[in-house]
Design a protein. Structure first.
Length: 402
């Protein structure tokens, strides 16, 4: 199991989120003024009613002397923020980048942007790296948030220079069709799978009862995300074998596409229908009496280490090739997937070698040295889990910042 090296992470504290949650949002901008360009410097000198516990000094933007702690988190660090006036763009854009001139002291600075489009504001997006919106915006508003353990050593922001431009639209990463099916342990160490892989001890792959979802050897062209029903553990694993029971039961497909058993509901394996309801006389496609409702087989490593199962169980399976968006190939695994962008965050499962995982976006987190690079980039998967980019060998599509 891969354990990336841990190094310190400087991050915005939880108090910042609370400050932002309770602070008043800026109203929609007035009628469109004359465009002034897609490169500008934020005006940090104007502190007014929509700003919280900040002041402009000769040194720059700082926390006010009585910087507050949000009511819901009274014992957390002090925080404040400034929201600038909306800036009209000369041309619509879907990306905003920032160059921040600041001294952080013992605290942190977060610069976020939101855009005006279709009569409403987008969500705030951090411009650490870049803020990318799902469609072009015509005005941009900036929010500068400061946090510190002590106001006397708080950050100072001297300036924020911004550029708005456009990048190719990124298709949202989705896991695709997801169904609850019964999982059994395959075992069979030393045997050969349908794609020619020789099974080793505590291996990481799955078997599905149709060749339509079979990945070639040493690829993750067809990958599933298998999770316990409580979602406490998940594993991303390639489909390298055919089974259990049937070999032409692509039950994840609609009836018009499904190879056999077209009268069954989409997402219901034939073995499950045979076992539970006597479908097809309780037999599989070969005439054998079905002894379990299994719709997926799990290799030992996936079963024991990925999901921490001790017996056959119902699981939630996402058939990732039916989804959309950016995919990253795990080049070195099984890789820990975590609840956050640091090795200090809990492990919530594994990603097998060759698995193609759906990447929603990336964040800056703990720096990790891996087989492909040393980086502080962590990729947020469509499950909300995180993997270090140091272990991703290739990417299909574009990874946008979160």
């Amino acid at each position: 199991m891969t354990h990336p090296r841990r190094t310190p992470l400087a991050a915005v504290t939880g108090a910042l989120a609370a400050v932002l949650a309770v602070s008043p949002a800026a109203a929609a901008p007035p009628a469109e003024p004359a465009a002034t360009g897609n490169a500008w410097t934020a005006d940090l000198t104007v502190v007014d009613a929509d700003d919280v516990d900040v002041r402009w000094t000769d040194a720059g933007l700082r926390l006010a002397g009585t910087a507050s702690r949000p009511a819901a988190q009274r014992r957390q660090t002090a925080g404040g923020m400034l929201v600038t006036a909306p800036h009209p763009l000369a041309a619509p854009a879907n990306r905003v980048r920032a160059d921040v001139d600041a001294t952080t002291g013992t605290g942190a600075v977060e610069v976020a942007a939101r855009g005006w489009r279709s009569g409403a504001w987008t969500e705030w997006r951090s411009v650490s790296g870049a803020a990318v919106f799902d469609q072009p915006v015509t005005r941009v508003q900036i929010r500068v948030a400061l946090t510190a353990e002590r106001p006397s050593t708080a950050p100072t922001v001297r300036g924020v220079r911004l550029v708005a431009d456009s990048v190719a639209a990124v298709t949202a990463a989705t896991p695709g069709l997801t169904y609850r099916v019964y999982a059994t342990r395959e075992g069979l160490v030393g045997g050969t799978t349908a794609n020619g892989h020789v099974i080793v001890s505590r291996d990481h792959f799955v078997a599905l009862p149709s060749a339509r979802g079979l990945a070639p050897k040493n690829t993750g062209d067809y990958t599933v995300r298998v999770c316990t029903t409580t979602r406490s553990r998940c594993e991303y694993a390639p489909v390298w074998d055919i089974g259990p029971w049937n070999t032409r039961d692509d039950y994840w497909n609609p009836s018009g596409v499904r190879e056999m058993w077209k009268d069954l509901p989409q997402g219901r394996p034939e073995a499950q229908a045979a076992y539970q309801n006597g479908y097809n006389g309780g037999r599989d496609q070969f005439g054998r009496v079905v002894g379990s409702p299994a719709g997926i087989d799990l290799a030992d490593g996936t079963f024991w280490d990925g999901l921490l199962l001790t017996d056959n169980a119902w699981v939630d399976v996402a058939y990732l090739w039916t989804g959309t968006g950016t995919r990253g190939r795990i080049g070195s695994g099984p890789l820990n997937i975590r609840s956050g962008p640091s090795t200090s965050n809990p492990v919530v499962g594994l990603a097998a070698t060759y698995a193609n995982v759906p990447i929603e976006c990336s964040v800056t987190g703990q720096s990790v040295s891996g087989p492909y690079r040393t980086t502080s980039q962590w990729n947020r998967l469509a499950s909300g889990h995180f993997v270090s980019h140091a272990y991703v060998s290739s990417v299909t599509g574009t990874i946008a910042p979160c």
